[in-house]
Design a protein around this ligand. Structure first.
Ligand SMILES: [Ca+2]
Ligand SMILES: [Ca+2]
Length: 190
């Protein structure tokens, strides 16, 4: 369904196309009526920081996760402000690649992107395709937030993951990518 080469152009194009096809298929009636916008990270949120290390408008600054009993809130804060329109016009998205089985593969991928009606979060399973989707919130100019059922990210082994962003700004011919953590690293635990 999706490759594990997080920086490869082919993987990038494939994922982008997958996302585009999916959002075309989805009518989004449920997503548009999702719950209220996310609030700021709570005290029990895990905040991971990434340097200002890309020219991308989606240069990742904070990777924030808040795990509740029934819900997981995933938030990306960028170094610079961006709009959902810029995200859409630049084919931009932020992907979370999860290994739920502990074999260093990627068996779940969350894509945070946009469609004409606003932000969209889609969780893919390597084995089964799309698991489900929720609205993506843009509560302030640098944040993109997804709220998912906790059950969507249940693992049989300690979970590891990394995050990467991808966008082609209107005035540029190529995509910009940023990864967190850098250099093939992974975060451990939700
Ligand atoms: Ca960064
Ligand atoms: Ca980085």
């Amino acid at each position: 369904m999706f490759g594990i080469n997080d920086r490869g152009v082919k993987a990038t194009v494939r994922r982008t196309l997958t996302f585009a096809v999916l959002v075309t298929v989805l009518a989004l009636p449920g997503s548009a009526t999702a719950s209220a916008p996310a609030h700021g990270p709570r005290s029990n949120a895990t905040v991971r920081k990434d340097p200002n290390d890309s020219q991308s408008p989606l240069d990742i600054h904070h990777v924030v996760m808040n795990v509740g009993r029934h819900r997981v809130t995933l938030r990306i804060r960028t170094w610079d402000a961006f709009t959902l329109a810029e995200l859409q016009h630049g084919d931009g998205f932020i992907a979370w690649d999860f290994d739920l089985r502990g074999n260093r593969g990627v068996d779940r991928q969350l894509q945070m992107g946009t469609v004409s009606r606003g932000g969209l979060c889609v969780l893919f399973s390597e084995a089964d395709g799309a698991v489900g989707h929720r609205r993506a919130f843009h509560p302030d100019p640098r944040d993109l937030v997804c709220k998912l059922p906790r059950s969507w990210l249940q693992g049989t082994k300690p979970i590891t993951f990394y995050v990467w962003s991808n966008i082609r700004p209107d005035d540029r011919k190529h995509f910009f990518t940023d990864r967190a953590p850098n250099h093939g690293g992974r975060y451990s635990g939700l």
